[in-house]
Design a protein around this ligand. Structure first.
Ligand SMILES: Cc1cc2nc3c(=O)[nH]c(=O)nc-3n(C[C@H](O)[C@H](O)[C@H](O)COP(=O)(O)OP(=O)(O)OC[C@H]3O[C@@H](n4cnc5c(N)ncnc54)[C@H](O)[C@@H]3O)c2cc1C
Length: 460
């Protein structure tokens, strides 16, 4: 279908890139630029319509029909490309901004060259959908009389709500927070995902007939049995938000916080929920250490620099990943390589293979960390490698503020569980543990189909 079948050989990969760091550090607006329509067209022609598209199957958890929408963009048939994308992805405006794009890791072009810029093409298609007015909120043609309660409005809960509502169920989403979106709203910063996009989607979903109840914590404000007695099915989409702690001597010093509390506070300021950054989190003029090397850690770096931190360092216990795929990580697997986010590029020092032994303090306040270098030793057969402290490698780092960003260990303690309510359904991070937005959406789609099957006995 492409108008240039050899473009994958002649056209190099191009990405839009970011606004200059000096400019973007002054605001919280999205950092990523957009490709021109000419570039989008030529990038789409790089998709070579390969016989077996791994991007769609191995790569994409929601199985987007990527070669099809690329070919339609290459042919300038945007409306059809939109229809193809929406068949599988309910909210491409989110995934196209924040998905790490496992599809690109599995692109056949990436075998001995550069993958197609699938994520940015997806973004252009959904932007076209909104700008052209083709995205409308059609309520379902009829209701089937069945009621479903969904607990949690993150991407998993929203996806299930969207699909069930489209299939005629009457859906009520209960959300503990003041605003909807889960980590899309309170975790991920605006410079990666503008919250106006979350608000626009929620408005559409309300117009489609979904009821949202904010500031309702199931388990304390209302009981799980209350939902059980009033709904035909209950879905738990409560996320995995209990943070992993780093209990070392000095943990109770002033200045040590969980990353999500810090990010939530900044997001609440931008969203107008609170007036100013809570002083205890404010990074301005401080030496910030972020412990943990993932997305959450990177978001803390970007936020600290925007608040005016004096310096930002990121400590990671794992070794520095390689620049290129290793032999045990072949294509089309997700490439386990060193990645540099826009936040890293804005100014931070990354330190690998380090463990924290002690938080150091003065007058009850944090003033530094005592750390040591580790090496990862292979365990016995079947056992994972474990870190061993290298003798004599201890050192201290000055720090005024530490953000713990070492992941999440599961759902919060007060959330209803499937153990208490085995007849309930569950999806997203609540089931898988901390993962990705696209996987939460895939899980929401799957569970919505299971609920439909259970309540109607068949799929229409
Ligand atoms: C800082 C950060 C950055 C991230 N960046 C990325 C990224 O760039 N790309 C990416 O793909 N993924 C990213 N992730 C991961 C991604 O955000 C999650 O995998 C995804 O949001 C999980 O969706 P979910 O719907 O399962 O849960 P959540 O998004 O956590 O939503 C759960 C919702 O349930 C609500 N809830 C919980 N308990 C109750 C209750 N008892 N009653 C009512 N409501 C309740 C919560 O308030 C919340 O709104 C990031 C995660 C974090 C923390």
């Amino acid at each position: 279908m492409n108008d240039d079948s050899f473009a994958f050989l002649t056209v190099p990969r191009k990405v839009a890139g970011y606004r200059p760091a000096i400019e973007r550090l002054k605001d919280y607006r999205p950092v990523e630029k957009k490709l021109s329509s000419e570039d989008l067209h030529s990038q789409a022609t790089r998709c070579m319509d390969c016989g077996i598209p791994f991007c769609h199957s191995v790569g994409c958890p929601i199985e987007n029909s990527i070669p099809e929408f690329n070919a339609l963009v290459a042919a300038n048939r945007w409306s059809e490309a939109l229809a193809v994308l929406l068949e599988t992805c309910p909210f491409p405006e989110f995934t196209s901004r924040i998905c790490p794009a496992p599809c690109e890791g599995a692109c056949v072009n990436g075998l001995d060259g550069d993958a197609v810029t699938i994520r940015e093409i997806e973004g252009a298609i959904i932007d076209y959908g909104f700008e052209s007015g083709e995205i409308r909120p059609p309520p379902p043609a009829s209701r089937n009389g069945k009621k479903v309660a969904i607990v949690g409005s993150g991407p998993a809960g929203l996806t299930a709500a969207y699909q069930l509502n489209q299939r005629g169920f009457s859906v009520t989403v209960y959300e503990a927070a003041a605003k909807l979106g889960g980590l899309l709203r309170y975790g991920i910063p605006d410079f990666k995902l503008d919250k106006k996009l979350v608000e626009r989607r929620v408005k559409l979903m309300e117009a489609e007939g979904i009821t949202f109840e904010c500031n309702v914590r199931v388990g304390s404000d209302i009981s799980a049995s209350f939902l059980k007695n009033r709904f035909d099915a209950v879905l738990l989409a409560c996320g995995a938000r209990k943070p992993r702690d780093l209990p070392a001597p000095g943990r109770d010093l002033e200045g040590i916080h969980f990353a999500l509390d810090f990010l939530t506070n900044q997001n609440q300021v931008i969203g107008g929920e609170v007036e100013a950054v809570d002083r205890k989190y404010l990074a301005k003029g401080k030496r910030v250490i972020v412990i943990g090397g993932g997305d959450t850690g990177s978001d803390c770096i970007g936020t600290s620099n925007r608040q005016g931190a004096l310096s930002v360092k990121q400590l990671e216990i794992m070794p520095q990943p390689p620049e290129k795929r290793g032999p045990k990580n072949p294509w089309p697997q997700w490439p386990l390589i060193l990645r540099e986010s826009s936040s890293h590029k804005e100014g931070s020092k990354r330190m690998f293979s380090l463990t924290t032994l002690e938080y150091l303090g003065k007058d009850g306040k944090l003033c530094g960390l005592r750390c040591a270098q580790v090496e990862w030793k292979a365990g016995k057969p079947g056992e994972r490698p474990s870190p061993k402290i290298i003798e004599g490698s201890e050192f201290t780092i000055d720090a005024d503020l530490v953000f713990l960003a070492m992941g999440f260990v599961g759902a919060e303690d007060d959330v209803p569980t499937l153990k208490d309510y085995p007849e309930f359904f569950a999806c997203g991070d609540f089931v898988s543990g901390p993962s990705l937005v696209v996987r939460a959406m895939a899980s929401g789609k799957k569970v919505a189909t299971q609920i439909e099957k259970k309540l109607l006995g068949k799929i229409k």
